[in-house]
Design a protein around this ligand. Structure first.
Ligand code: RP5
Length: 169
């Protein structure tokens, strides 16, 4: 197993079905790094390595993970199957697939049966970044310094939007 992680004990796990998902999922890691959240990332395929996936889910709580951000494309069973094996919150990111542009991924992740939730985000980069921001917001509930930095992040976006210029017509 290849896992990349900060030196600190990871609070957030970022997992994905394939290395081909990294282009999308790296945006979640970038957000976590921006906020200084200890995290780990690794490939964890529901279909190609199901035993590893279940072990990861079973160990998540004991390892201190506060949330798992799980991205997958196509028959995207990874987030749902992780959620089936842990009560650590699972944030699902539909990765855009080549054939169906990620609609298959979205439907695979979002339509969980009642009782086993996966918080599902937008297809692609926006979903990956927002899943990480959502995890930051969860952690910020118990970390006032982090909450201040999250407010600042939002304020910077507001400022940038106010300063947006359109081309002259
Ligand atoms: C899924 O199949 C992965 O999450 C990925 O999005 C998709 C394609 O995987 P590769 O064939 O690129 O490894 O399991």
């Amino acid at each position: 197993m290849t896992t990349t992680s900060d030196t600190a004990r990871p609070l957030i796990g970022v997992v994905m079905g394939s290395s081909s998902d990294w282009e999308t999922m790296q945006h979640a890691v970038q957000i976590l790094k921006h906020f200084g959240i200890a995290n780990e990332s690794r490939v964890l395929s529901a279909h190609r390595m199901p035993d590893d996936m279940f072990a990861y889910a079973e160990e998540a709580s004991g390892r201190g993970l506060q949330a798992i951000i799980a991205g997958a494309g196509g028959a995207a069973h990874l987030p749902g199957m992780l959620a089936a094996k842990t009560t650590v919150p699972v944030l699902g990111v539909p990765v855009a697939s080549k054939q169906l542009a990620g609609l298959d991924s979205l439907y695979s992740i979002v339509q969980m049966p009642k009782g086993v939730p996966v918080a599902t985000f937008a297809i692609g980069v926006a979903g990956a970044a927002n899943a990480a921001l959502f995890a930051v917001a969860m952690l910020a509930l118990h970390d006032s310094d982090l909450a201040t930095r999250l407010h600042l992040f939002r304020a910077e976006q507001t400022l940038a939007a106010r300063n947006m210029a359109l081309p002259q017509s």
